[in-house]
Design a protein around this ligand. Structure first.
Ligand SMILES: [Zn+2]
Length: 341
């Protein structure tokens, strides 16, 4: 299937300058530079659909949407709405472009796999702000992936697959009561990192959530196993639509990470999506350093059915780390009623 990459110049107007912040416009320059190497294989276009900020009320409470839009309209300089998360005078334009991308994705997803290269990221934004008791919005304002999932659920069964290093607590909170949307999330043990949620016991109102918890300093072997588990769950759901929250911050050389994951995981994941039967929408979440070069490049290569161009060394996890991972998976099976393996 054709791949349509949606990118608008407005996405770089969400800008922390003069403050230093790892969630900054250069992130998109990095991912676009990688895509240039695939020119001819990818259609990169500006979303042509008109903005519709009303789409965000499909995921968030109306009061939150209005509060945030009001703050964005009034922003004359960079303002931190919590210790992690800023809005800037250009944020309004960026979220308008995100809404255009969502509308266009809904129009195009039957004919093409969609990749939204947008900012700010979204998976920590919950129903009405920080989700599930998290201390902050974690750089996010509106939840693009959950908005897409909610809108697509009117057409069929939807699965959201989130492989960002951090738990997609916003998506989980928003989709908790959605019987037609499943949320499968691979993330670092929440007792060791923000946002502090995403335990195997958190399974949603309809057993529609699966939290695959990887211990800190997991290597390629554990991440490959986690991916197999996640894809097994997705194939059991047999979704009509697959929304992917694509974060590259678990990559081993990333600034926030405590993982030993190399390019193979991202290549395998892209390859699996290349073969997926579900209609596909991929949304950029985190990734702040080399993950946006190497992991992203491996992911896109897999998505295009090509070999892994990075071929990082394959890191094996320690036995104690494996033990913790297996315990987490046993707990998940117990809570989901899947039985032992
Ligand atoms: Zn993250």
């Amino acid at each position: 299937m054709a791949i349509k990459v949606l990118y608008a110049e407005e996405f770089v107007l969400h800008d922390p300058y003069p403050h230093e912040h790892i969630e900054n416009p250069e992130r998109l320059e990095t991912v676009l530079a990688v895509l240039k190497e695939f020119s001819g294989r990818l259609d990169i276009s500006r979303p042509s659909s008109p903005p519709d900020l009303g789409v965000f009320a499909k995921a968030h409470e109306q009061g939150y949407v209005e509060w945030l839009l009001d703050k964005m309209r009034r922003a004359s300089s960079v303002e931190f709405i919590d210790p992690d998360t800023y809005i800037s005078p250009g944020t309004m334009k960026a979220v308008e472009a995100l809404s255009s991308s969502i509308v266009e994705a809904l129009e195009s997803i039957e004919e093409a796999s969609i990749v939204i290269l947008g900012r700010p990221p979204g998976h920590h934004a919950g129903l009405k702000g920080p989700a599930m008791g998290a201390p902050t919005l974690g750089f996010c304002v509106f939840n693009t992936a959950a908005t897409l999932a909610k809108l697509l659920s009117g057409r069929g069964r939807v699965a959201v697959l989130d492989f960002d290093l951090h738990h997609g607590n916003g998506s989980q909170e928003i989709l908790w009561n959605s019987s037609r949307v499943y949320h499968i999330d691979i993330h670092q043990d929440p007792s060791t990192i923000y946002p502090g949620t995403g335990y195997p016991s958190q399974i949603g109102a309809y057993r529609n959530m699966a939290n695959i918890v990887v211990p800190p300093w997991s290597g390629d072997d554990i991440y490959e196993e986690a991916l197999g588990e996640a894809l097994g769950i997705v194939s059991g759901i047999d979704p009509d639509y697959l929304v992917v929250s694509a974060g590259f911050d678990a990559y081993r050389d990333e600034p926030l990470t405590a993982m030993n994951v190399g390019s193979k995981f991202y290549w395998l994941l892209g390859s699996a999506l290349n073969r997926a039967e579900a209609k596909l929408a991929i949304v950029l979440e985190g990734g702040y350093g080399l993950g946006l070069q190497n992991a992203w490049k491996a992911f896109i290569s897999g998505l295009l059915g090509k070999e892994d161009p990075i071929r990082d060394t394959y890191e094996i996890s320690r036995p104690q780390t494996w033990e913790k991972f297996r315990e987490n998976m046993e707990k998940l099976r117990e809570h989901l009623g899947l039985g032992k393996t």
